[in-house]
Design a protein. Structure first.
Length: 300
């Protein structure tokens, strides 16, 4: 651990590693039980979605399409239906695009370098780093909202208010990373888990934190806590997201190869202008097909 500004960093890493061994949630893609591809699927599904919601979808998905080649050849309608209510369904089609690339260009095996992973459809910096760490056991800083929050509070005594990670945050995350590959993976996992379950944004459970005694934020009286959320709450009622979801859910509930008649679609939402715009955006995203008579179906 090479962080001269934080002499307690090594002790904190050891405490978190011990806590991880006893307190980590038993998620099906953890502890070496999932393939490299399964880890990537879990990371894509978990973006902006609670882990508790992801587990049943991930389990059913991996049983149906256990590797990239299986998903690459699946009908789009089945992929969209299987995504269910995870949210942001465009991710499902991007994941299938990623599967096609892996199947065709990498012989059904995930590439093992950060740059190659980053070049895959739908894979950004966080997902590429997470796969490198959690699937391949490589030493690399993984930076998400939870990790940023914990590091900012524990080592800098400040709140992390979201937005893009700053150069200072990225450098701090890299500097805190243990030199040993295995220890670096445990560090990424444990810090992320602490942020998700204990050092939460709005109501941190400081009395249950294994590193409360080393936390600068707690020592300083938790300055700024509650002034604003690290991730602003997004309004959902009445948004295009809600309308798009209503249309997709109606299509998912139809028998296979059925269509949603125009009259049925119009009963889903009163604002006809907003409804038409949302249907058009779903068509642009490749999530639905508009037929000449105005009816809709999932893509074939």
């Amino acid at each position: 651990m090479n962080d001269t500004k934080n002499p307690n960093a090594a002790d904190i890493a050891l405490r978190l590693a011990a806590w991880w061994e006893t307190a980590a949630r038993d998620l099906p893609w953890r502890f070496g039980r999932a393939s490299d591809w399964g880890v990537l699927v879990s990371e894509v599904m978990s973006q902006q979605t609670q882990m508790s919601r992801v587990v049943p979808y991930w389990t059913a998905w991996m049983e149906r399409w256990p590797d990239a080649r299986a998903l690459a050849g699946a009908p789009k309608a089945e992929v969209i239906t299987a995504w269910g209510r995870l949210g942001y369904p465009r991710r499902a089609l991007r994941l299938q695009e990623c599967a096609r690339t892996v199947a065709e260009q990498y012989d059904n095996q995930l590439p093992h370098t950060y740059d190659e992973l980053l070049a895959l459809p739908g894979v950004g910096d966080y997902t590429a780093s997470a796969v490198m760490s959690f699937a391949f056991g490589e030493r690399i800083a993984v930076i998400d909202t939870n990790i940023r929050r914990v590091i900012s509070r524990v080592f800098r005594g400040e709140e992390s208010f979201g937005g893009a990670a700053s150069p200072v945050e990225r450098e701090t995350a890299r500097r805190l990373l243990p030199e040993n590959d295995r220890a670096s993976v445990t560090w990424n996992q444990s810090v992320m888990e602490l942020g998700a379950t204990v050092c939460t944004a709005k109501a941190p459970l400081c009395d249950r934190c294994p590193i409360a005694g080393q936390c600068v934020f707690l020592r300083n009286g938790r300055p700024g806590l509650g002034e604003r959320r690290t991730r602003p709450r997004q309004r959902f009622q009445g948004t295009d997201r809600q309308v798009r979801g209503l249309v997709l859910n109606a299509l998912r509930e139809l028998p296979a190869d059925s269509v949603l008649e125009r009259e049925q679609a119009e009963r889903l939402w009163k604002d006809r202008i907003q409804l038409d715009a949302c249907i058009a955006s779903l068509d642009d995203d490749g999530l639905v097909e508009m037929l000449p008579d105005g009816s809709l179906r999932l893509p074939q």
